[in-house]
Unconditional design. Structure first.
Length: 505
């Protein structure tokens, strides 16, 4: 955390604020204020107050990271409800190990790649901190904990998309590579104090650097693009688009979810967890004015999610009415529209107005439904529709900042002047946002496409046809997830005979 704050403020600024010529806090952004408070640069901050500040900031990050980690429960319930009952154990175990494997990978390698740039010179990936070497303070530990919860979320996105046909061994390999190397490099480039796209370097790209406050691109697009590559190489589930002879079906076959109640429960859990994801990305709460950023994040997150749900539900309703004449309200569209709205606002939650958040959510709902239909048209089988939500709505969220960023809110959160095109800004910020999108796509494809291709070639990626047909719970996990037993025929016959005798007497 100390290294992060130093990078945010800059060495020259630190010398000024620590010296006698420092005039006050009037021109500092909320993020700079939190870092000033954290580093206790101003002599007026007493040791007692400094201790209180560290305690409050640590508790704030613990609270936020715990909410983000709770999102793993949401992913698990959403995935468990979305797949067929014969694959529930398999997807739940993968969700469990995303968190566990992500913790070990991020501890051993990932955090060092993301934030291990102690000298401030490495601009593509840090290398100086492995196995948390040199870390001993509570503030550094809690920062690692918060960042790990994000890494685990990125990995879990992929598990749902490849559900019902991905081998367990292949899953373990790609999940470790994603959390320990691919995702951390994106974090370093977009969020660290020496990343080449970061807003926190001395001379950011186009004078602004990327604004992705909580990770529409850095987290969600990373997981979504990885999932897209995975299902492209893995292929669709048996019977989804082709018959047993490999001939295209006239219409794609839909595999109904086994438990809609779990899907909705998972959606609500994820929505709740997002209040750690977005407001928690302020990283600190003690410094004066930080509550303005945190509070704005909470309301923009809420409004975009709500708008996304209504937008996706309404857009699907109108489309279905025009094509079939039937009036149907699809709960799947509503819940995934909510998630699309959440992903869409994640980049700009601290820099847009509440009204703009509603517009972003409305568009995110349409983006989700359109992307979902596009995948079906291309015969790409996403078992839980994670790619339309996280990849496409994440992409929209990054672009939306370049359109809707409001100058006063950018100044509060980042400490410099920048604004979206709709607020009179130039195209420079939008170009930065597009650079992030292109980088996430290119970097993820560069590493993950060869990895998935090799796993597929050596037989470590897809289960065989018989195992897929019987279900991964039976072939890999000792039986079904649901122990539902019914009376056998003899017991039913005895019961009916008993009832007949009683009625006769």
């Amino acid at each position: 955390m100390d290294a992060y704050c130093t990078s945010v403020l800059g060495e020259n600024f630190i010398e000024t604020i620590a010296g006698e010529d420092f005039a006050g806090y009037g021109d500092l952004s909320e993020m700079q204020l939190t870092c000033v408070s954290h580093l206790k640069l101003d002599g007026s901050i007493s040791e007692a107050t400094g201790g209180l500040q560290e305690n409050l900031d640590t508790f704030f990050l613990l609270y936020a990271a715990s909410l983000v980690f709770f999102m793993q429960s949401g992913f698990a319930m959403l995935c468990a409800g979305s797949v067929r009952s014969k694959n529930v154990k398999n997807i739940l175990l993968k969700n469990l190990l995303d968190a566990a494997g992500g913790a070990l990978g991020f501890w051993a390698i990932g955090y060092g790649v993301a934030y291990g740039d102690k000298d401030g010179e490495i601009r593509f990936g840090g290398t100086t901190t492995s196995f948390l070497d040199g870390m001993s303070s509570g503030t550094d530990y809690i920062f690692w904990f918060f960042q790990w919860s994000f890494a685990a979320a990125a990995a879990t996105i992929v598990a749902g998309s490849v559900a019902e046909r991905c081998k367990f061994e292949g899953y373990l390999i790609y999940s470790f590579v994603l959390t320990s190397f691919v995702y951390p490099v994106i974090v370093h480039c977009g969020w660290s104090g020496s990343g080449y796209l970061s807003a926190f370097v001395a001379d950011p790209v186009y004078g602004t650097g990327v604004i992705d406050f909580a990770g529409s691109g850095i987290v969600h697009m990373c997981g979504g693009v990885t999932a897209l590559i995975a299902i492209w190489i893995l292929g669709p589930r048996k019977g989804r688009f082709y018959d047993e002879e490999g001939n295209p079906l006239p219409e794609p076959v839909s595999f109904p979810p086994n438990n809609v109640a779990l899907q909705v429960l998972g959606t609500f859990i994820l929505w709740t967890g997002w209040y750690g994801f977005n407001p928690g990305s302020a990283l600190m709460i003690y410094a004066p004015g930080t509550h303005n950023v945190v509070g704005l994040c909470a309301i923009t997150t809420t409004l975009s999610a709500a708008a996304g749900g209504f937008s996706a539900l309404g857009f699907e309703f109108c489309t279905n009415l025009l094509l079939t004449g039937e009036m149907e309200y699809d709960v799947t569209m509503a819940m995934n529209g909510i998630l699309g709205g959440l992903v869409g606002i994640t980049a700009g939650c601290a820099v847009v107005t509440p009204g703009s958040a509603i517009i972003i959510g409305l568009i995110a709902g349409v983006v989700y439904v359109s992307a979902s239909k596009l995948l079906i048209l291309l015969k790409l089988d996403d078992a839980v529709d994670a790619i339309p939500v996280h990849c496409f709505c994440g992409m929209w969220g990054v672009i939306a900042v370049g359109l809707f960023a409001e100058p006063d809110r950018v100044s509060n959160a980042y400490g410099y002047d920048a604004s979206g095109i709709f607020y009179g800004g130039s195209a420079k910020l939008l170009l930065c946002q597009i650079l992030l999108i292109l980088f996430v796509i290119a970097w993820t494809f560069l590493i993950m496409a060869p990895l998935f291709y090799i796993l597929n070639k050596v037989g470590l990626f897809r289960v065989d046809a018989v195992e897929e047909e019987i279900g991964l719970d039976f072939s890999h996990h000792k039986g079904a997830a649901y122990n539902i037993t019914t009376p056998d025929a003899a017991e039913i016959e005895n019961y009916n005979n008993s009832r007949h005798k009683k009625a006769s007497s």
